[in-house]
Design a protein around this ligand. Sequence first.
Ligand code: NDP
Ligand code: MG
Length: 399
Amino acid sequence: MQSITILGATGSIGVSTLDVIARHPDRYIVYALSAHSRVEELAAQCRQFRPKRAVVGSAAAADQLAALLRAMHLDTQVEWGEAALCDIASNTETDAVMAAIVGAAGLAPTLAAARAGKKVLLANKEALVMSGQLFMDAVRDAGATLLPIDSEHNAVFQCLPANYRRSLAPAGVTKILLTASGGPFLKRAVETLDAVTPDEACKHPKWVMGRKISVDSATMMNKGLEVIEAHWLFGAPADHIEVVIHPQSVVHSMVSYNDGSVLAELGNPDMRTPIAQALAYPDRIESGVAQLDLTQVGTLQFEKPDFNRFPCLALAYDALRAGGTAPALLNAANEVAVQAFLDERIGFRQIDRVIAAVMDALPHGPAPSIEAVLAQDAAARAAAERIIAAGALPMTASA
Ligand code: NDP
Ligand code: MG
């Protein structure tokens, strides 16, 4: 029996994780669940999965949850705040932690799980993008097991040799090829993108996801963050990570070897596959995902990304090459810009302008500690808010 904590249980990844867990009551028990404000959803999950502990984002949300659980005669312990999140992620009573909080808010509890030597199932890419080397050092020093949930990285993980040691050359790997669907605006005329609404940007053609990552997919910042994520997970330099547009989202990513072989992982686009792969690793379990029928798919297409259409992808490569705190600045500016777009305070094509302006305005340097990273994160958020409030951004993207 494995005891599991799910950080971000009410989100898209959290719900898919519970769906897989529910199929295997003989293998998994839920130790703790967290949500931020969707208290009723969390209460329903508590009724079904009977966790020992449940954590929410505020005292008011905790009171509300406690009342709902009392009415259900459940004795789940209700807590709130970051310290409680870190505790359910690192407590001796949990074996594995699904890190599925969205954004920088996931950093502290994900790091706590790594420092406690847990099996960390990493969906929250922002945490790794921000803290890079520091996070990987924590994983190594504590002997934690880090398993990627992001479908591309999970695919790469499956295509690498079992004894892979975060260095391409000894394994004969020449390239990591990350596939990208291209999102909802792959073929839309660039000049019409100024007018897209949040709902249009969130309507992903292949994946059903939370709103922040859906906007990231539309700008392709998601792929940019994934390039940085791949760098840290697999020890791959930027020049050895290539993005390939693949609209069908059937090939989830590939690894190129020096003998000419290219290994790929294929499947229907459903996050329950990587979740089940990581939960059960090295075993295999049923995920509820239908078997892939390639004769139904018919055609698989691949093309190079257009960096002019997707300037966020170029900004992410630049941040990776700059190193140090640059990816943390990029991530923070992106989070603020995406929220401003979702709140209809800026247009879609201004997202990359905000990020570029923050990267220009703030110096980046080495990232010696998590405190230094968090200070840069705060500075970038403040700068992004200032730039948005000043309203001086041109509508049209730079490139
Ligand atoms: P969702 O927006 O669907 O869910 C986010 C979860 O985090 C919810 O449980 C939410 O609680 C909680 N949360 C939000 N803000 C905070 C906060 N400030 N503090 C604590 N908890 C918070 O996101 P997704 O499930 O789509 O994505 C989660 C992570 O996984 C992201 O980092 C994303 O990049 C990554 N990912 C997602 C994929 C997907 O298919 N969805 C694919 C690959 C990676 P509440 O419900 O109460 O708001
Ligand atoms: Mg992905």
